[in-house]
Design a protein around this ligand. Sequence first.
Ligand SMILES: [Zn+2]
Length: 405
Amino acid sequence: MLRYRAFLAALSLLALCGFSVEGPRGGSGDAITRLENSPRWSAGKASLASSGERGLGGGLEYAVDSSLCELEFVDGSDCSDIRRVLSGALGQWAAGHPALAFTDVTGRITPAFPLAATGERGQGAEIDFFAAGPKRFPPFRARQVTGYTIFYERRSGGLEMTNGTRRRGVARIESADVRFNASRCYYIALEAARAHCLHFPSVALHEIGHALGIAHPDDAPQYNLDSDDRPGNPIAIDCRNPARGLSVSLNLDGAAAAIGRNVQGAGRWIRGLTWDDQAARDALYPHCAIEKVERWSGAWGAFAVSQADGVAGRASLRETPAAAEATARQACRDAGGEACRLVASFEGCFAYASGQAGIVATAEAARDDAARVDAVLACGEAGGRDCRISADFCAFEPLTGALSP
Ligand SMILES: [Zn+2]
């Protein structure tokens, strides 16, 4: 029986180190059991196009529906740009992995939704990319739902793993449909960034993770796995026994492509896959000849303020605290600050709250919403009245524009 599961990328709530997988349907059990039984694409030689067999053979065959070409791109991007971006995003997920590849079958296999199809034919390619508006796809009635991926799985007697072993009772993913919300505007070129539009490559990078069976680490931190409790460093995955050495970590870093919130900003694409994203991939698709690819390993941000002039400077995406601090001070001086004072340098997210009578407070947290809440609370505890957030940002997001807190 073919079953389906849906994942939505919403702007709301939460962000976190480590990784998480979808786990078996209706599955309970601990995070390790969940990883071992999580649905995934099966290894194998035969391709869908040549023999109708669904799995990693011949690469995961994907088709781009013409509906994507009708998305509104504020930078004038067209169909060929969209296909180039999708190919690049898929390539990031495949990089360094000997058994994971993606093959464009657009024009050879027509995209289709498996639930609407009859029989084995008409299920579309292995991964289909569509755009849909809220009328055709009701989850997009919520504007903040930017992308939506559904995968379809079938229980299997034994699933062939990418490390050459077989696992019983693990469901095979047979098809995945990735949809983009057609009621939103998009851009690809960074210089065309608009706050209300979505960065198409970033949303694509996130959704493709779902098509591989990867979940949001921030949805259920009790299933978030890591080899240590430190965010932002490589996670060693044993290619013979991928669960070995992993344990639950509540310490999340917010910068992974798989994080479920704020998938629309360009930061995710600029960072590319993090070590956590790679670990999620390699835990589901273990292989003993995976090449190390340089991955994102964290960034520093800093905030400097000149209270007398009412200006501030920010820095993000810097490799060291010192570099971040120097950039923030300079940005503050460039904004006209005479007495620029460093407030904080940090990894993760930062918030600056101010209340009446010059009371200010700051907070740092893995998640931007947590930093905001903590800063307002700290301002209140310091005796501030009407405390409000006057600046907040994350070290792993690119910053644009000047700031007057
Ligand atoms: Zn998502």
